[in-house]
Design a protein around this ligand. Structure first.
Ligand code: F6R
Length: 247
């Protein structure tokens, strides 16, 4: 079932969602969280760091898996998604380093990529699966780096990034679109849909069209987020701007 929640502002949404995550941590300290990078969850992570500082969010037994990473970009590279997560969350909360999981973008081509994707799938399985997956929404309807296409990959794979996605990520690469890798590693659509619960966040009017198609349009690989309609426990958290096309 898809439930839609609409908030007055991204700040109000982030406060409410951070509270929700903190309550999930309290109820289930060994929770397995799926995490996203990008601009949308930054205020959520800020709020989680604040709650942690106030003694209201304990990550000591939690496990995390991030959705994706650029291919050819190593974990210690400041442009990596891993570095992004260190800056916005990991450096400021009490997650145990051995329970933070990330795709390694520095793997060699060919077999190296296949082995890395396999390793990640197995690690998710060994952790018992993802309890709560947090997702952002690409302007073109992608989730993770599952880009619009004729067909989608089910499992963790290397994905070719669309020009619009490379443009959206240019700020991480000194605003040089040409410097953004053409490929990334990403959880696949089935990997995402296997999470027990999913919360997708979208804020701003630029996302309104994809939000409308995701919720009210057909399930199609042309809008990967529409596959969330197939999941039993999806919450779509929006601000008013992102929700403006919903009736
Ligand atoms: C990032 C990710 C992407 C983003 C999406 C939205 O880990 O999986 O799918 O969630 O590109 O990005 P923002 O939030 O920057 O608009």
């Amino acid at each position: 079932m898809t439930r839609v929640r609409i908030f007055d502002s991204p700040a109000a949404l982030s406060r409410a969602l951070a509270g929700h995550v903190a309550r999930a941590l309290a109820a289930h300290p060994a929770i397995v969280l799926g995490l996203a990078t990008g601009r949308t969850p930054i205020p959520l992570y800020r709020e989680l760091v604040r709650l942690h500082g106030a003694g209201r969010a304990d990550f000591s037994r939690a496990t995390t898996f991030n959705l994706d990473e650029f291919l050819g970009v190593g974990a210690t590279d400041p442009r990596s998604y891993r570095a992004f997560m260190q800056t916005h969350l990991f450096d400021h909360v009490n997650l145990s380093a051995r329970r933070i999981h990330f795709l390694n973008g520095a793997v060699g081509p060919g077999r190296g990529v296949a082995r890395e994707c396999d390793r990640y799938e197995r690690a998710i399985e060994r952790a018992g699966g993802i309890d709560l997956q947090i997702l952002g929404l690409g302007m073109n309807g992608h989730i993770g780096f599952n880009e619009p296409a004729r067909a989608l990959a089910a499992r963790t794979h290397s994905a070719r990034l669309k020009p619009a996605t490379r443009r959206a990520n240019a700020p991480l690469f000194g605003n040089r679109v040409g410097a953004v890798p053409r490929e990334a590693l990403s959880m696949g659509m089935a990997t995402i849909l296997h999470a027990r619960r999913i919360v997708l966040l979208a804020t701003g009017s630029m996302k309104a069209r994809s939000v409308e198609r995701m919720i009210a349009g057909p399930v199609t690989p042309r809008l990967p987020a529409s596959f969330l309609q197939l999941h039993r426990h999806v919450d779509i958290w929006l601000d008013r701007a992102a929700a403006r096309n919903l009736g």
